[in-house]
Ligand binder design. Structure first.
Ligand SMILES: Cc1cc2nc3c(=O)[nH]c(=O)nc-3n(C[C@H](O)[C@H](O)[C@H](O)COP(=O)(O)OP(=O)(O)OC[C@H]3O[C@@H](n4cnc5c(N)ncnc54)[C@H](O)[C@@H]3O)c2cc1C
Length: 300
């Protein structure tokens, strides 16, 4: 069978593997169809072997973390989905550094930083992604971004070799990194933090979380901010000014709580989200002359 070799690798490492499984429940948008194979690696070696086998056998593969910034096709994905998530997520302290497997959630990393009285990651508390996904996206919020705290990462390069990259070579800018659109796979991320006070760190994290709960439609599935922040503008304000708050296409809606979020009100399809984002772009451009660019990544 086409995926025997992938099953063999999953078996060798005792990694979870699913066949013909809907990916929707693994995504924050709760959208996405059945995928041929979803495998959840539990070590860097397992990731390396899976990727190497896919490359060698010309099997299409996809790398995801916690799937909180992606919109995946309702047709699902043909090939192998490698979900680098909770099964590969250890976090360890080395001096003032936290060295994290790519699948460690930012929630886990932030909690670890707080417990260890290490400051720097307070801004990231509440971003629902993984270390790998956050670095890939240079995720940021409330005046901070990964660029401020990442020191180095280990990654699998295009030829399957494990290499280390220092932050200055990562080309980190707004929602962009050296990994964007590349075939590199992030294996681990080192965050360089500074000693702080546990209570103060906790206070800042709680404040950040409160702001999120107050302002963002966290009660609905979404992929966070739908559009990037255009230079000199706020996407949410432009969308609201165009009268699109609450605008609905099928099960997708411009959140009434925060116009920067397209939410899944229930049974939204991939096509609903594509259509609503196209409509938003068109109307906002007509009204303001600003062309919005999607922040969410479309995978089909
Ligand atoms: C409610 C909500 C709030 C959010 N708030 C914020 C916010 O404040 N700021 C912000 O920046 N984002 C925010 N996001 C978006 C999202 O959480 C971040 O972009 C996050 O960093 C994505 O991480 P992930 O693990 O989910 O990545 P995924 O969505 O799984 O993947 C994103 C991209 O990264 C790539 N990738 C993932 N892991 C790896 C890896 N190990 N190696 C190579 N490539 C990899 C994938 O191929 C994909 O292209 C929010 C999302 C939601 C749902």
């Amino acid at each position: 069978m086409k995926y025997d070799s992938i099953s063999g690798i999953a078996g060798k490492y005792s990694a979870k593997i699913l066949y013909d499984e809907s990916i929707a429940e693994y995504t924050s948008f709760r959208i996405g169809g059945r995928c041929d194979v979803i495998v959840m690696p539990n070590s860097a070696e397992c990731i390396a072997e899976l990727v190497s086998e896919c490359r060698k056998s010309r099997i299409r593969y996809y790398i995801f973390g916690k799937c909180t910034n992606v919109l995946i096709s309702g047709e699902g994905l043909r090939g192998v989905v490698i979900l680098i998530d909770g099964d590969y997520s250890s976090v360890r302290r080395d001096g003032n550094d936290l060295i994290c497997d790519a699948g460690a959630s930012l929630a886990k990393i932030c909690n670890e930083a707080r417990k260890e009285s290490l400051s720097g990651l307070e801004f990231a508390y509440g971003i629902p992604g993984s270390a790998g996904g956050a670095l890939y996206m240079n995720a940021g919020a409330y005046g901070g971004e990964m660029k401020d705290v990442v020191s180095w990462c280990d990654y699998l390069d295009e030829s399957g070799e494990v290499k280390r990259m220092n932050a200055e070579d990562m080309m980190l800018s707004y929602r962009h990194s050296a990994f964007t659109g590349s075939d590199k796979v992030i294996l681990s991320v080192c965050f360089r933090l500074t000693p702080g006070d546990e209570n103060k760190i906790a206070e800042l994290m709680n404040e950040t979380m409160k702001k999120r709960r107050d302002k963002q439609p966290l009660e609905y599935p979404s992929a966070g901010s739908t559009f990037k922040r255009p230079d000199g503008y706020f996407a949410a304000k432009l969308i609201e000014d165009s009268g699109l708050k609450g605008y609905t296409v099928g099960g997708a809606q411009v959140s009434e709580k925060h116009s920067g979020f397209v939410i899944n009100k229930g049974n939204a399809s991939f096509d609903d989200v594509i259509k609503i984002t196209e409509d938003i772009k068109e109307k906002v451009f007509a009204d303001s002359g600003v062309m919005l660019e999607r922040e969410i990544l479309i995978v089909e």
